[in-house]
Design a protein around this ligand. Structure first.
Ligand SMILES: Cc1cc2nc3c(=O)[nH]c(=O)nc-3n(C[C@H](O)[C@H](O)[C@H](O)COP(=O)(O)OP(=O)(O)OC[C@H]3O[C@@H](n4cnc5c(N)ncnc54)[C@H](O)[C@@H]3O)c2cc1C
Length: 331
């Protein structure tokens, strides 16, 4: 390997952007940082909810990836079709690119097609197209039933569906038609944001219901009857709607063909840095949940600790420049 190394950053979402920016600051100019994404614009996903209720324009929540060029990051627009972590080779639009290190930040794909009717029966709040289409229909709505749906119990950003329902309630209230529109929230999971612990979950549920939103937990949708505008759930219940928005859909996992020997090397176990970080989080949760030690548990119980920053210390720079393995950079 020569003096000049190339880091390929796959994905220009939050993870890829932060990684590319940090690396560009850490590495000397002789090393290349190349960011690859199929889209030209980076969308700030948390703000999709505001777009959906007309509080932000689509332009306000996205920036061109090309802005990174002036910082010294090379941008390649194209779909990552295949990657081989062993040889650090990535196929982009039929062309093979080889890096000295890879960062994979391709996010999570959604798979609404796994539930009949879901893709056509409502809008997907997790995309810009879905958020703007929902915004337009919501603006035209004067009465009826809005259904907010989580179509699987586990999905990215567990707060988003609950936040969405409350933002919709606020938008309708500002238009003076809140009393004419019923909002139902059907969740596949047993309660809001359960990952944060039962107390916080109950607190969120209370806030949602205080806005007059009818909450229906443990409603796993199995089919959307598009013509009848009806949701059909696993336990046999049905519910009608005029406007359906899904704030989460079943995940498809990565669609990129990936050959990664790491799992094989680890015998199916998590990599050491992930194991350690999980242990730290569990310790933190136990400590804060143990009433004998800390008195009554607080609403904060179960919150995840912020991780220590990576990359600031010299050894992290060394992981990229030198020969050691690194948590996020596969050599
Ligand atoms: C509505 C909503 C609200 C949210 N609110 C919050 C919040 O309040 N707080 C919070 O912490 N998180 C929130 N999140 C979650 C947060 O946005 C995600 O966790 C974060 O975006 C994940 O970052 P990522 O870089 O892993 O993936 P992503 O941001 O999804 O980026 C993946 C990138 O990879 C690209 N890509 C994917 N496949 C390919 C391919 N094959 N070839 C080329 N490019 C590809 C995509 O175009 C995309 O740019 C929210 C998410 C949503 C949808």
């Amino acid at each position: 390997m020569g003096d000049h190394k190339t880091v390929l950053v796959l994905g220009g979402g939050v993870g890829g952007l932060v990684a590319a920016n940090r690396l560009r600051k850490l590495l000397s100019a002789r090393h290349r940082v190349v960011l690859i994404d199929r889209e030209r614009q980076a969308v700030f996903q948390p703000s999709l909810l505001w777009v959906a209720v007309g509080d932000r324009t689509p332009e306000a929540i996205q920036r061109p990836l090309a802005m990174l060029v002036r910082k010294g990051v090379e941008i390649r627009i194209g779909t990552v079709e295949k990657l081989d972590a062993e040889t650090r080779t990535v196929r982009v639009e039929g062309q093979d690119l080889v890096g000295d290190a890879l960062i994979v930040a391709l996010g999570a794909d959604l798979a609404p097609e796994t539930i009949p009717g879901l893709a056509d029966g409502g809008h997907n709040l997790y995309t810009l197209g879905g958020a703007t289409a929902f915004r337009d229909e919501l603006a035209a709505l004067t009465s009826g039933r809005v259904a907010v749906l989580t179509a699987s119990p586990a999905y990215k950003c567990p707060a988003a569906p609950y936040e969405a329902a409350m933002l919709i309630a606020g938008a309708l209230r500002r238009r003076g038609i809140r009393d004419r529109v019923q909002i139902d929230l059907y969740s596949a999971e047993a309660g809001p944001m359960l990952v944060t612990g039962p107390q916080l979950s109950a607190g969120v549920r209370g806030i949602v219901e205080s806005k007059g939103i009818a909450y229906h937990p443990e409603h796993q949708v199995t089919k959307v009857d598009v013509a009848a505008r009806r949701l059909i759930f696993a336990h046999g219940a049905t519910a009608d709607f005029d406007l359906l928005v899904r704030a989460a859909a079943p995940g498809a996992g990565g669609r990129t063909r990936c050959r990664t020997p790491q799992r094989e090397r680890l015998g199916g176990r998590r990599p050491p840095h992930v194991r350690n970080s999980c242990r730290r989080r569990l310790r933190h949760r136990r400590r804060h949940r143990d009433p004998a030690r800390n008195g009554e548990a607080t609403p904060e119980s179960g919150r995840l600790c912020a991780r220590g920053s990576r990359g600031r210390r010299p050894q992290h720079r060394q992981r990229v420049d030198g020969t050691r393995g690194a948590p996020y950079v596969q050599r």
